[in-house]
Design a protein around this ligand. Structure first.
Ligand SMILES: Nc1nc2c(ncn2[C@@H]2O[C@H](COP(=O)(O)OP(=O)(O)OP(=O)(O)O)[C@@H](O)[C@H]2O)c(=O)[nH]1
Ligand SMILES: [Mg+2]
Length: 448
């Protein structure tokens, strides 16, 4: 369904304009060239924030809410700084910010409408506090609802999701995060089912998430068919979540990262992220887990293919699955893999990726697998490498979000929108170079 937008513009005199529309592009054009209210004489204007809503009424309600916000709070919204919005809302309530009777009436109405605890705009709504408490209590239903909230593309949901995440973030980070990858049919789901039950029997709680590039295209999901995880699905100590099916791989990965944090806050101490061995998704998953495991079939030739694709470099552990089918071929494959890995520079001098053999079907090799995972953590923790890897990942994640935010800012910048079609044509016609065009467009970002 086409979303309904609420947006904020920064005007030439540094004031803000808040509006709503069902056609953002057209509306931005009208602001750039037309005589729309406050923006008529304050050009140029820059789109600095937008939120999509499914229903018009919801968008209008949120717009009314923002219009009552202070400048500082609007700037916190633009920066996505929800703790600051909450803080400002609280300080305002205590008389910290100047208020007029009209504003306080609006605030009162907002508190009632949102059912907020403490009455401040931006604080966690009562329903969401119940959700947070449910997640912290380890309730799977609450966890599922919280993940649905972060996966939602609705603007108001995204705002609430960030509040829920902020509240839960201090409770995350305790789990071991394991990535499982491999070509379709190698036995990933069967392996996770076998390992998961094995871990639960030993007192662990396990969450399984998926990053599935095909789901972003087809709407399907590698875990959509949960039949191979039948036993696991029924266990109270397991939580299985298919890949979100909307958006780009980047978007899906972002949601999966956030879902992972929620699972940790819910007390799951093992998080498995499954991905199919296709394209960019493996690198993406390797960038969000502590240990990345590559499942392989026991037939020669596979190893060379993986090496070519550059996947071996990011594998912390290689597993030859389906060892039961042909033990001899498995032994050969293990030797080949060990040899191939021997010539590669390991990501850490402390860890040389081991090559193991398993049978998901017969539930063999699971002890050795888990021992390797625990060894990995034990070896890399004392010198700080384990923590440093997570820090690097968090930093890279932030960088990615900044990149995509900047791209969006660029696309909606009025100066860019004005010149972009013309410059694209000029580049296509060979009248200007891509370098000159890019430089000119980036230069427009400096326009007031
Ligand atoms: N003999 C044998 N068969 C296995 C083993 N592991 C999985 N299989 C079988 O291999 C087939 C594929 O297994 P899945 O677990 O669905 O493989 P997958 O990697 O999750 O596949 P996709 O989800 O399509 O990417 C199934 O028929 C399994 O029963 C094993 O260790 N030994
Ligand atoms: Mg599968």
């Amino acid at each position: 369904m086409k979303p309904f937008f609420v947006y904020l513009l920064r005007c030439a005199d540094a004031t803000y304009y808040c509006g709503h529309t069902d056609d953002l592009e057209l509306r931005m054009q009208q602001h750039a060239t037309g005589r729309i209210g406050h923006t008529a004489v304050r050009k140029p204007v820059t789109l600095v924030w937008q939120g999509g809503f499914e229903k018009r009424e919801e968008a209008l309600a949120f717009e009314r809410q923002i219009k009552g916000w202070s400048r500082a709070k609007k700037e916190a919204l633009i920066a996505g700084n929800w703790p600051e919005i909450s803080r400002l809302a609280r300080s305002r309530q205590l008389g910290g910010e100047g208020t007029s009777p009209g504003q306080s009436a609006l605030r009162q109405a907002q508190s009632e409408r949102c059912g907020e605890r403490g009455g401040g705009v931006g604080t966690v709504a009562l329903a969401d506090q119940t959700l947070i408490d449910g997640v912290l209590a380890g309730q799977r239903r609450a966890l599922a609802k919280a993940i649905t909230l972060i996966e939602s593309t609705r603007g108001d949901h995204q705002l609430r999701a960030q509040q829920v995440l902020n509240a839960l973030l201090p409770h995350s980070g305790q789990a071991i995060r394991v990535g499982i990858s491999g070509v379709p049919g190698v036995g990933k789901s069967s392996f996770i089912e076998a390992l998961g039950t094995w871990l639960i029997d030993r007192g662990h709680r396990l969450a399984v998430l998926a990053v599935d590039p095909s789901s972003t295209v087809s709407g399907g999901s590698i875990l959509g068919d949960k039949t191979r995880m039948e036993t696991l699905c029924q266990r109270e100590e397991a939580f299985i979540r298919p890949s979100p099916s909307a958006g780009s791989l980047g978007g899906v990965a972002e949601k999966t990262r956030e879902a992972m944090l929620l699972c940790e806050a819910a007390g799951f101490d093992v998080i498995i992220v499954e991905t199919v061995g296709v394209g960019q998704s493996e690198t993406t998953v390797a960038g969000m887990v502590d240990i990345f495991c590559l499942l392989q079939l026991p037939n020669a030739g596979d190893d060379l293919q993986a090496i070519k694709k550059g996947i071996v470099e990011i594998a912390d552990l290689v597993v030859i699955n389906k060892a039961d089918i042909d033990p001899r071929a498995t032994a050969v494959a293990r030797a080949q893999w060990k040899n191939a890995l021997h010539w590669l520079r390991p990501a850490s001098p402390l860890w040389h990726p081991p090559v193991l053999a398993t049978s998901a079907l017969k539930r063999e090799g699971l002890t050795e697998f888990w021992q390797a995972v625990e060894d990995y953590r034990a070896v890399l923790t004392p010198g700080g490498e384990f923590a440093a890897k997570r820090q690097r990942q968090a930093r890279a994640w932030m960088d990615q979000l900044i990149d995509s935010g900047l791209r969006q800012y660029f696309r909606y910048h009025p100066g860019v929108r004005e010149t972009l079609p013309e410059l694209i044509q000029a580049v296509e016609d060979g009248r200007t170079t891509p370098t000159a065009a890019a430089r000119a467009l980036l230069g427009r970002l400096r326009d007031k």
